[in-house]
Design a protein around this ligand. Structure first.
Ligand SMILES: O=P(O)(O)OC[C@@H](O)[C@@H](O)c1c[nH]c2ccccc12
Length: 267
């Protein structure tokens, strides 16, 4: 549990500081004044039937270190939109991923796609912050949150008009999520957040245990068109892809290839 605990522990410290600078009442007011969020769930089902990719922006990760220190988040977001991504995920954790809430806010103001706040969320304050920054969705990591907290955060996310992406990695996480209310969207993380090992078999094992009606995103370790076809065949609705897109010299071309556009692999 150590790596994930370390990241959350750092996040608890960060949040204490932020709360002193900007009290909850202030952030809540900003959230309430923000325009209604774009619909994340609807975006996952593009009308033209194309493969739904949520493209991620991150400068670094604890498993890989620095990916691209000079990444321009606005340029990258525009490339993702041009490549046909249905939504964008922005890491807002500063220490391990070198992200910032301001990155999310810039992206949300620049492109029309819905934006996911990718962070280590454990406090309602962070949901108001997300909403005020223009997020349409937030990540909730089931393995870290107890059932009651998960339930409260899911409920507030919905009240604020955003979508909760409830992330699971094990059967226990799935059971906890289902008991915490009715998630509308579950992300199966192929990466073990405790030791960072990755296997797409995680999605293949857990997918069929998720009740009908819940949308499913496969997350992490997706590199090729073949990976996508393999995961589509077990009924995954959408794909969250970061590393290969951040490292790509031509993210537009890579997105098109991953989506099967303009290739002879078929859609
Ligand atoms: O870069 P990848 O392997 O394509 O993975 C993206 C995304 O799934 C990953 O960044 C992620 C999934 N769950 C998380 C939780 C916290 C931080 C990051 C993540």
């Amino acid at each position: 549990m150590s790596r994930l605990r370390d990241i959350f522990a750092a996040r608890v410290e960060d949040l204490d500081r932020v709360k002193h600078q900007h009290p909850l009442t202030e952030v809540r007011r900003l959230a309430e004044q923000s325009p209604p969020p774009r619909d994340f769930l609807t975006a996952l089902h593009p009308q033209d039937g194309r493969v739904a990719i949520v493209a991620e922006i991150k400068r670094a990760s604890p498993s890989r270190g620095i990916l691209r220190a000079d990444l321009d988040v606005v340029d990258q977001a525009r490339l993702y939109e041009a490549g046909g991504a249905v939504a964008v995920s922005v890491l807002t954790e500063p220490r391990f991923f070198q992200g910032d809430l301001e990155d999310l806010s810039l992206v949300a103001r620049t492109i029309p796609l819905p934006v996911l706040r990718k962070d280590f969320i454990f406090d309602p304050y962070q949901l108001y912050e997300a909403r005020a920054a223009g997020a349409s969705a937030v990540l909730l990591i089931a393995s870290y949150l107890d059932r009651v907290l998960l339930q409260d955060l899911m409920a507030l996310t919905q009240t604020l008009g955003m979508t909760a992406l409830v992330e699971i990695h094990t059967v226990e996480d799935l059971e906890k999520s289902l008991h915490a209310g009715l998630p509308r969207l579950i992300g199966i993380n192929n990466r073990n957040l405790h030791d960072f090992s990755v296997s797409l078999d995680t999605t293949i094992t857990l997918r069929h245990l998720i009740p009908a009606g819940i949308r499913v995103i496969a997350e992490s370790g997706i590199h090729t068109r073949e990976d996508i076809q393999r995961l589509r065949s077990v009924g995954v609705d959408a794909f969250l892809i970061g590393e290969v897109l951040v490292l790509a010299s031509n993210p537009v071309a890579l997105l098109r290839e991953l989506r099967g556009e303009g290739s002879n692999h078929g859609g």
